[in-house]
Design a protein around this ligand. Structure first.
Ligand code: ZN
Length: 300
């Protein structure tokens, strides 16, 4: 996406440039809205009565590889409507700039694909790392999110390709981001590892994910639906139950053998063995109680 250097595209539509300077490596452009009035968000009345001005700093599209920060001189207007409860309101910039955003909307729209590292503790509400590049693989997003912030971010940006390391909660996140219209690719940790350049932290992971997702040879794990997830759960729960039954019958058999009660091998013969043991009144009272306890466990 070639950015033409028209004066009009230097800053988002609807803004006027007042001045520009460099602050270290950063270009800082001071802008203000081109309109002369504001619309009260409570009652919709148009007002030209300026109460005061304040400044917002937001990041905009990079220019020749340089970070561009907009210093937005925003206005507060007075609402004169008699019935309106609001006396003062701040200027809105509509779709160019969300009310509390730190970045302009058009900066988010150039993100081509993203790597999202969910962090070591999937249940934790914080430490989601994002690494995003534009079409030329230039980094345009590198930041850390809390859970709620991340959800808001993905709700707001245009549909994009997101790479997530396949792990415990990645299918859940995958489904959520898909519901916002994004394309989600899950990548096995061992494939991601090959792209980690330095260190083992979430920032490096996010970068590696972002890089690996566009490789033609990369293989992806499909995002599971909730129904598929339930089917997987059924399998593992069932396996666990079978294992527990097996362990119980083995234990029962070996305890019974201690009292000289031995039955033929095989799962189909366990019930008969249990019956024999429970009916044997030559066993001490405590042993009979313990056998009964285990028999109940086996039946359950
Ligand atoms: Zn009003």
């Amino acid at each position: 996406m070639q950015q033409a250097l028209h004066r009009s595209s230097l800053v988002p539509r609807g803004f006027l440039v007042e001045s520009a300077c460099y602050e270290g490596d950063k270009a800082v452009i001071t802008v203000r809205a081109s309109g002369t009035d504001g619309l009260c968000p409570s009652c919709g009345t148009v007002s030209r009565r300026i109460h005061s001005r304040y400044q917002r700093r937001v990041t905009d599209l990079p220019l020749s590889g340089r970070v561009v920060e907009l210093l937005v001189v925003a206005r507060r207007f007075r609402c004169d409507a008699v019935r309106c409860g609001r006396q003062i309101f701040t200027e809105r910039f509509d779709e160019m700039l969300a009310p509390s955003a730190r970045r302009t909307a058009r900066l988010d729209s150039i993100v081509h694909h993203l790597g999202l590292a969910l962090g070591g503790r999937p249940a934790a509400g914080f430490a989601k790392r994002l690494h995003g590049v534009d079409e030329n693989e230039e980094v345009v997003v590198r930041r850390q999110f809390r859970r709620a912030e991340m959800i808001r971010y993905f709700e707001r940006i245009p549909p994009v390709l997101v790479a997530i390391e396949s792990c415990g909660s990645s299918h859940h996140w995958g489904r959520l981001l898909q519901s916002f219209g994004h394309e989600v690719k899950l990548i096995s940790p061992q494939y991601v590892k090959a792209y980690v350049k330095r260190g083992k932290n979430d920032a490096a992971d996010a970068e590696a994910l972002c890089e690996s997702v566009t490789r033609p040879s990369m293989r992806f794990v499909p995002v599971k639906s909730k129904e598929q997830q339930a089917a997987c759960m059924l399998m593992t729960v069932r396996e666990r139950l079978v294992t527990v039954k097996y362990q119980l019958s083995n234990a029962f058999r070996s305890y019974a053998a201690e009292f000289g009660i031995v039955g033929p091998a095989g799962r189909q013969n366990v019930a008969a063995l249990i019956k024999r043991v429970l009916e044997d009144d030559s066993l001490p009272e405590m042993a009979r109680d313990l056998f009964r306890f285990q028999a109940d466990e086996y039946a359950g």
